[in-house]
Design a protein around this ligand. Sequence first.
Ligand code: CTP
Ligand code: CA
Length: 224
Amino acid sequence: EMETNRTNNWMGKKVLITAGPTREALDPVRFFTNYSSGKMGYALAQVAMENGAEVILITGPTTLTPPVNVTTIEVSSADEMFEQVKSRYENMDIIIKAAAVADYRPTLRNEHKMKKQDGPLTLEMERTTDILQYLGQHKTKQFIVGFAAETQDIVRYGRKKLENKNLDAIVLNDISRKDIGFASDRNEVLFMTRDGKEQAIEQDSKKNIAKQIIQLIDSELRKV
Ligand code: CTP
Ligand code: CA
């Protein structure tokens, strides 16, 4: 089975993939997170590995089993993910950022479990580092693929992220759709490149979507 899956030869290519949500701690028992399941990122890691690539998967907390023959690094917060990405991106050929990284974390992390008080609680949140933006600013040879989750104006916001973050391609998810994405095993995305290509990938299993994304990245790499 594995042999028949080898459609592209990615032998010798180094691929870094991030997946899953992050957790931003408030105190020892509480955190902020999102609905990302990690399935899309894990499927991409699996397919890249099956194509012969050397794959590093940096993942936030998920319930998934790490793919075999993939170096999997587990992290929790956006900051931990950033540290791992920063120390490994330089000699990568391809970076795919499928993780749903938190944009904010609590400004103060309480050492002890917070006690409830009478009345409402007001929290202050601060920005996390935009990892993808950092990669776009520091890129040398890497082909960088971002992901974007949008509920409206998908193409316009997607194109803006692609350009602002200096990416080579972006995979757009419509998260207003309840039947696909996040926890689902199925997805439907739009693959958009820097030079203006827009390719819709029809609804399918995340494994098949991953195969098509890898195929599209492969044809972009062959252009240069
Ligand atoms: N991303 C990242 N680091 C962050 C936030 C986002 O690397 N701190 C990456 C995600 O992994 C994804 C891409 O940026 O590949 C787009 O994430 P998304 O949430 O759609 O976009 P943002 O740029 O965070 O903008 P917004 O949430 O305001 O739409
Ligand atoms: Ca975001």
